[in-house]
Design a binder for this molecule. Structure first.
Ligand SMILES: Cc1ncc(COP(=O)(O)O)c(C=O)c1O
Length: 391
């Protein structure tokens, strides 16, 4: 299956998680739309793209079990969260309850807007190893105070690659009258997602990671009753629209001046590709590879998994605790000397007596082989022998 991707064959690519990888047939569809745009820019941008965007929103909404008018395409989750957080009208007394496993860009966005408003971003500690949903739920809600207004949580975390029980959190938050905002960047076509059942108020996901579209294709879902809270991040023709559509939410966030929507409109093709290639089976095999590799690599590095090794907490990624004095240098050596593309990350998480635990994160996609894990293991063994970069 690696032949179906443009990935460089000289590189052992173990980082699908960061930016995804797009199969050739989906990339060709992307280029087909870009060519259509160049052939007739005016017709494409004013007539064809809005038609195709509608078709693409309908396909995605059908896949995610929501209404096509309740989601808009955006370039990336950062854009989606900036639309949301900028408009929240936070007050000095407000608290946003989150975890200490969130993505750095989102932490920065919340910190920026909370600082302006004097609000507090409460990064509740979720201990690792994570052994049960109950453990998570109990720890998370310890951060609740009478000032909590909003719950913000990743469904799959980036540094720790853990699946969090967001359904249970959203349900309890609803009972408490809190707004729920879920960061599902890694979720679409990685773990099952049914937005009608999840009942999050706001959800964002990237299609260019596990759904295999070209880069720059993500979505923002907002429950109908909250849509009028959010002004556009970019004020353009969709604001006070001359010819308003049936949805101000779509007008506001879909029109941002001249832009190329080609990545957004590859979603129907991506979903077709995934169905044709029996992705349910692919995902199952990748999970199996991840779970086997996790235990094997932890043993090899004399460390321990940070969760129960099961489908409950792990999808197609796992973060292995590693002890290194320099994550950047280790990542560089792995890439430059061993041709392995893999993230090595610093965190502020406590694990087994380390207060700044570092992680190396493996992603498994259809093109990942058991042998790729062996290549990584050999490289780490070699580095450990030759240097003090791994202890
Ligand atoms: C949890 C999480 N949120 C958000 C993002 C994406 O953010 P962006 O593409 O806007 O940088 C990622 C990307 O890896 C992520 O892991």
């Amino acid at each position: 299956m690696k032949d179906l991707f443009y990935l460089n064959k000289d590189i052992t690519f173990l980082n699908h998680g960061s930016f995804g990888a797009c199969p050739k047939p989906i990339f060709e569809e992307y280029q087909k739309w870009q060519l259509e745009l160049e052939k007739e820019p005016v017709q494409f941008i004013t007539v064809e793209a809005p038609k195709q965007l509608k078709r693409s929103r309908e396909a995605l909404a059908n896949f995610l079990s929501c209404h096509a008018d309740d989601l808009v395409y955006v370039q990336n989750p950062s854009t989606a969260f900036n639309i949301i957080i900028k408009n929240l009208k936070l007050n000095a007394a407000d608290e946003i309850l989150t975890t200490n496993h969130e993505y750095g860009a989102m932490d920065r966005t919340w910190n920026y807007y909370c600082r302006k408003a004097g609000a507090k971003y409460v990064q509740q500690k979720i201990s690792i190893p994570l052994l049960s949903k109950e453990q998570f739920i109990e720890e998370f809600w310890k951060g609740l105070t009478p000032k909590t207004k909003i719950v913000f949580i990743s469904q799959i975390t980036s540094p720790t690659a853990l699946i969090f029980p967001v359904k249970e959190i959203c349900e309890r938050a609803k009972e408490l009258g809190l707004m729920t905002i879920v960061d599902g960047a890694h979720v679409p076509h990685h773990v099952d997602l049914n937005l009608s059942e999840l009942k999050a108020d706001i959800y964002t996901g990237a299609c260019h990671k596990w759904m295999l579209t070209p880069k720059g294709c993500s979505f923002l879902y907002v429950k109908r009753e909250f849509q009028n809270l959010f002004d556009p991040l970019i004020i353009s023709w969709g604001y006070e629209a001359e010819f308003p559509s049936h949805s101000q939410f779509l007008d506001y966030h879909e029109y941002q001046g001249t832009r190329d929507s080609s990545a957004f409109i590859t979603v129907p093709k991506a979903l077709e590709f995934l169905a044709e290639h029996n992705w349910t089976e692919v995902k199952k095999n990748c999970r199996k590879l991840i779970q086997e590799s996790y235990i094997e690599m932890c043993d090899f590095l004399n460390t321990k998994p940070i969760c129960t090794v099961s489908d409950e907490f792990l999808g197609q990624m796992c973060s292995i605790p590693i002890k290194t004095p320099d994550v950047i240098k280790l990542k560089g050596v792995l890439y430059n000397d061993y041709k392995i593309q893999i993230p090595v990350m610093n965190t502020l998480l406590d694990f087994e007596g380390n207060s700044n635990q570092q992680f190396i994160r493996i992603s498994a996609q259809v093109y990942t082989r058991k042998n790729d894990i062996q290549i990584l293991k050999n490289a780490l063994g070699d580095i450990r022998k030759k240097s003090n970069l791994i202890s």
